[in-house]
Design a protein around this ligand. Structure first.
Ligand code: PGA
Length: 256
């Protein structure tokens, strides 16, 4: 049984003060939760305060990106040792917004992924097709390309430390969720790919989150699918009640 993992991707939202406020609310709402990995991913500027606010809580801290070099003349970048030193445990890599707006490619995703693993951070690697690609029946080709390219050269042992997120770009921030069946179909395809690229034991153990307009209303049906192991939540992670409700729905499933 794979442990569910619910991560909040705050994107470009929340000042440090706002982050502390949201985390304090989340801590109150989620103090009794067990059996679900919970992660919040504030912007870089709020990570230090978020780490303080999360001290001794059951919620882990994640970043939204990582650069592949540890230090040097790379203006504007943030490295693994810097994140690690703050108490960051997870890092989102290759989000579609990074691929779309910041020229992220499978190659740069792969470099960031290796840097995260090198520094003991758990990577959350995102893959997903856009609307045009889905309509052209290219979904599986795109997923295969993203997975093979992003995960290239990883050992089976390293792959077991990675979390994947399937995020259909057309469902992100649009209110248009993939149906549980649509999501399950792609998740099952990803698991088959993991068997081919790595082996059956990797495929069995890697957690695959779904992301794209996840809400307290639709989470139960999504996470009820056999290959959906959690969610990467954007909009609904910015308010404590909705994020907590999503986590609790995942927990209910875990207990039942
Ligand atoms: P959304 O974002 O939940 O607002 O659609 C999800 C994501 O981009 O990770």
């Amino acid at each position: 049984m794979r442990k569910p993992i619910i991560a909040g991707n705050w994107k470009l939202n929340k000042t440090p003060h706002e982050a502390i406020g949201l985390i304090n609310e989340l801590k109150r709402e989620l103090v009794d939760v067990e059996g679900v990995d919970m992660v919040v991913c504030p912007p870089f500027t709020a990570l230090a305060d978020a780490a303080d606010a999360l001290t001794e809580s059951n919620i882990a801290l994640g970043a939204q990106n990582i650069f592949w070099e540890d230090a040097g003349a790379f203006t504007g970048e943030v490295s693994g040792p810097m994140l690690k030193d703050l108490g960051v445990a997870y890092v989102i890599i290759g989000h579609s917004e990074r691929r779309q707006f910041f020229h992220e490619t499978n190659e740069t995703v792969n470099k960031r992924l290796r840097a995260a693993l090198k520094h003991g951070l758990t990577p959350i690697v995102c893959v997903g097709e856009n609307l045009a690609q889905r309509e052209a029946n290219k979904t599986f080709d795109i997923i295969k390309d993203h997975a093979e390219g992003s995960l290239s050269g990883l050992s089976a042992e390293d792959m077991k430390k990675v979390v994947l997120a399937y995020e259909p770009v057309w469902a992100i921030g649009t209110g248009k969720t993939a149906t549980p069946a649509q999501a399950q179909e792609v998740h099952a395809f990803i698991r088959q790919l993991l068997i081919k690229i790595f082996n059956a034991s990797v495929a069995e153990s890697v957690r695959i989150q779904y992301g794209g307009s996840v809400t307290p209303e639709n989470i139960a049906a999504l996470i009820g699918q056999p290959d959906i192991d959690g969610a990467l939540v954007g909009g609904a992670s910015l308010k404590a009640p909705s994020f907590a409700a999503i986590v609790k729905a995942a927990q209910k499933l875990e207990i039942s």
